[in-house]
Design a protein around this ligand. Structure first.
Ligand SMILES: Nc1ncnc2c1ncn2[C@@H]1O[C@H](COP(=O)(O)OP(=O)(O)OP(=O)(O)O)[C@@H](O)[C@H]1O
Length: 286
């Protein structure tokens, strides 16, 4: 049996006065974590808010397990973790649970308390005494405790130390052991995605410029380091962005295998997702 598509975004358009999100399309297949990457202002939060139905879109279709975005059934299936803890500093975790139990018909207080225990969060300490990592874990515990099928995280791992990030990423992987679950994680920390993501969607100035399986992308792209003279004779159509330094030039190679066929004498290294972002984002820098 093939897994469900947990989230489908197709041809999403949104126009603000000075920014537009244009024709954004991608899916979150069941059992997978999709990383949404992009520079500041690329449109990641606007995309996530459109999925939540918090932003009125100008075009396109969004479905969450067959329900249209904004539909109460779709909202019940989403566990949302914003970049800042949404709960008031003068509450303690048990009070947060009580409030959420009144909002979500599927709320599972036992599961919530088991997450508090697992994450080492005191049930009756005021949130103002919590660190950023503790608040983030609380938000994740809350998002998971109404049995969502899609977890949406907007920059949730930024500002956290590597140990907490690792612990949180492990929790997402556990959530994904169910084939009907999916995670969409927007982040600047591309190294998290190199470890945990199955697919990567790269938004650049409101458009999807890269969308594919992470392992395939990392295998396909490459980085050329060469002299300015060598760069001059390379077909620019094979390159995704160039950085010219005083002593050497670097360029993003869009297809390592094809490039090697044309220029076997030039060395092409492996790239990271960050390299792909930096080259594509900066375009041709002299
Ligand atoms: N309500 C709004 N009215 C007008 N413009 C908006 C509104 N919300 C967002 N924008 C603009 O849309 C663009 C994309 O913003 P968005 O928050 O989606 O980007 P982002 O990729 O999440 O950025 P960051 O990584 O900095 O959070 C920005 O230029 C922003 O100024």
């Amino acid at each position: 049996m093939t897994a469900h598509t947990v989230l489908s975004v197709s041809g999403l358009d949104k126009q603000y006065s000075a920014f537009s999100l244009s024709d954004v399309s991608f899916t979150v297949p069941g059992g997978t974590l999709v990383g949404l990457i992009g520079e500041n202002g690329a449109g990641k939060s606007t995309t996530i808010k459109s999925i939540l139905g918090l932003v009125r879109r100008d075009g396109g279709e969004i479905t969450i397990l067959d329900h249209p975005a904004g539909d109460p059934a779709a909202l019940a299936d989403i566990g949302y973790v914003p970049d800042e803890c949404p709960f008031h500093d003068l509450f303690h975790p048990l009070q947060v649970g009580k409030i959420l139990s009144g909002i979500y018909s599927n709320w599972d207080q036992e599961l919530y308390r088991s997450y508090l225990d697992k994450f080492g969060l005191p049930e009756k300490a005021l949130l103002k005494t919590f660190s950023r990592g503790m608040k983030m874990k609380l938000s994740i515990a809350a998002a998971l405790s109404h049995h969502p099928r899609l977890l949406l995280l907007d920059e949730a791992t930024s500002g956290l130390d590597p140990v907490v990030r690792e612990e949180i990423l492990d929790e997402f992987l556990a959530f994904l052991s169910d084939e009907d679950h999916g995670v969409l994680l927007s982040t600047h920390i591309t190294s998290d995605l190199e470890r945990a993501a199955d697919y990567v969607v790269y938004l650049h100035r409101g458009r999807v410029v890269l969308n594919g399986e992470k392992d395939v992308i990392l295998e396909q792209y490459g980085k050329l380091v060469c002299s300015a003279a060598d760069l001059e004779r390379v077909d620019p159509g094979l390159l995704g962005g160039v950085r010219r330094g005083r002593f050497a030039c670097e360029a993003l190679v869009k297809d390592r295998t094809a490039f090697r066929r044309f220029y076997p004498e030039l060395t092409v290294d492996r790239v990271s997702l960050e390299d792909i972002m930096v080259f594509t984002g900066k375009e041709d820098i002299q």
